[in-house]
Design a protein around this ligand. Structure first.
Ligand code: FAD
Ligand code: SF4
Length: 502
């Protein structure tokens, strides 16, 4: 095994890890050696081809099709230099005060999270699109919501030079999306942080990590030759995401001292609905996600968002087979699409575990509230489609393949509560959260509210796994705000951490 020395090791380079790397980078000027170890590759600009199947295998864990243990939901999360920020859509919302109150952490104030969030909104060029850049798919959603009196808001987006190619979830081919690979990591590297790609951390030991570098067919070569490494460090920051971080800590043996490790996993389970218009609408061209509706968040526990997925993802996300299904896909240029996200409660038994090989396994059961939310959301979406002028709606839990506009008054009957049956509806999630939740006590949390692991002064967590409950909105800005807080704590404690390691 090859030996390496560092001062601070950051595991993962996504919204959390990239932020910590940039915030700690000024320490390099004082001779502190900072390393980012990232399992995924760093793609060259010409490798962002926008081809659906190719990019899914280059940028996602298990090509975006990681299944929960009972195979009822797929989880999409990135595996690349920049983590999921390479494939995210870039909607940039800040967590609300009521949600933060529900998190129940008295020493994490909304002002603190908001102040830090605003820093990243500015750093990532977040702004609202001009009206001329809103395509029909988004405009129709807004108009439908407005007609029904549903509250609808425009998404702020983190774009610079967006050309409206609609390929955000395949990694932007135009370098227009301001993920950590475009903003925070290059800045960290300029200041002296070393980023080692294709480097998977296998386990964490006392003030050390064991990692394996394996060559990749795509991307720039790793900074280190292939092989197994033991890297000694005075502090370790785990930012492998809400599945990667709990799994890594569990296979390193921390579960014995931390009973909440891996538990309280939430993920905003999601599904899509489509509606057919009689005439073509712009849906491929333009940024895919400009509006959301949080009208039902408090009352019924769901959000509606615009979206437009690629043909393969769309085809696999719809129900039905054969002739009907292929006719609908053939009319792709007339489809309007809505993404439904359920606000899922934190349940101790929804959890990340590891199998005998140390690989993550996610156990997730859909609560009655989430099942009900899905049906209510499908009914609300169908109403939005018809209010926007759609001719027919395809809802996964409906009793018939298409609901025609003439049947709109019978939506509640045609999308019955019993129509939602696991295994027949395609459910996916792109917002894994929790598993290393913050809190006061070891019994029901893994870290304190500054990301320091209970009982391990040299070990920190800085990613979406810190969330004690779900974010109730798209989460990446909150991940960055919390990572900023963790970096502040590491900086403050650095003299002590250095002394303790000697
Ligand atoms: C398709 C998609 C669209 C999204 N759209 C939005 C959006 O529009 N707005 C929004 O707010 N959020 C969005 N999200 C969610 C957002 O991207 C995530 O919440 C955020 O990136 C999570 O940050 P993180 O640091 O926890 O994990 P990630 O960003 O996922 O980073 C984790 C990194 O750690 C690496 N890693 C894991 N384990 C190890 C290990 N053992 N060794 C080394 N490296 C490891 C992984 O390879 C990965 O690169 C989207 C996500 C997806 C997948
Ligand atoms: S819509 Fe904009 S951000 Fe998304 S892939 Fe196209 S150019 Fe990139």
């Amino acid at each position: 095994m090859l030996e390496r020395d560092a001062d601070i090791v950051i595991i993962g380079s996504g919204a959390g890890g990239g932020t910590v790397a940039k915030e700690l980078a000024p320490l390099c000027a004082a001779g502190v050696r900072l390393l980012v170890l990232e399992a995924g590759p760093k793609l060259r600009d010409d490798e962002f081809t926008g081809r659906e199947v190719e990019m899914a295998s280059r940028l996602y864990t298990e090509e975006g099709g990681f299944l929960t243990a009972d195979r009822s939901m797929t989880l999409a999360f990135g595996r690349a230099c920049g983590g999921s920020t390479v494939v995210y859509t870039g909607t940039s919302l800040t967590i609300t005060e009521p949600t933060l109150k529900r998190w129940g952490l008295p020493d994490l104030s909304h002002n603190d999270v908001l102040r830090r969030s605003k820093k990243y909104l500015a750093e990532n060029s977040v702004h609202l699109l001009d009206e001329r850049d809103i395509n029909d798919n988004n405009r129709l959603f807004r108009e439908g919501c407005e007609q029904l009196g549903y509250r609808v808001e425009q998404f702020p987006l983190n774009l610079r030079g967006c050309q409206g190619a609609g390929l955000c979830n395949l990694g932007c081919p135009n370098a227009a999306k301001m993920g950590t690979h475009r903003v925070q990591l290059p800045e960290a590297e300029r200041q002296g942080v070393e980023v080692v790609t294709n480097c998977r951390v296998d386990r964490i030991e006392d003030r050390a990590v064991v990692a394996t570098v394996t060559g990749s067919a795509v991307g720039e070569p790793s900074a280190w030759p292939d092989g197994e490494y033991r890297v000694r460090a005075k502090a370790v920051v785990v930012a492998g995401g809400a599945i990667g971080s709990p799994a890594l800590l569990l296979r390193s043996g921390f579960g014995k001292r931390l009973p909440a490790l891996g538990r309280y996993f939430t993920c905003h389970p999601a599904l899509i609905l489509v509606a057919q218009h009689d005439q073509p609408i712009t849906n491929y061209a333009g940024h895919p996600k400009s509006y959301y509706c949080d009208h039902f968040a408090e009352s019924d526990g769901f959000l509606l968002e615009t979206c437009m997925y690629f043909p393969f993802t769309t085809a696999k996300s719809l129900t039905g087979f054969g002739e009907e299904h292929s006719r609908m896909m053939a009319a792709m240029d007339r489809l309007q699409m809505i993404l439904v996200l359920a606000i899922d409660p934190p349940e101790a038994d929804n959890r990340v575990t590891v199998d005998r090989r140390g690989q993550p396994v996610v156990r997730y059961a859909f609560s009655d509230r989430v099942r009900r939310a899905f049906v209510m959301a499908m009914r609300a979406s169908a109403r939005v489609f018809f209010a926007a002028g759609a001719a027919r709606v395809h809802a996964p839990a409906a009793s018939q393949f298409f609901i025609e506009a003439s049947d709109a008054p019978r939506i509640d009957d045609l999308i019955p509560q019993g129509g939602f049956r696991l295994g027949t509806v395609t459910i996916s999630s792109a917002h894994p959260m929790g598993g290393c939740r913050m809190g006061a006590a070891r019994a029901d949390s893994v870290t304190d509210t500054w990301g320091q692991v209970h009982g391990q002064p040299w070990l920190f967590v800085a990613d979406a796994s810190l969330f004690p409950r779900c974010a109730e909105i798209n989460p990446y800005v909150t991940v960055m705000a919390l990572a900023d807080r963790v970096a502040e704590r590491v900086r403050r404690e650095w003299p002590t951490l250095r002394a303790q390691a000697l």
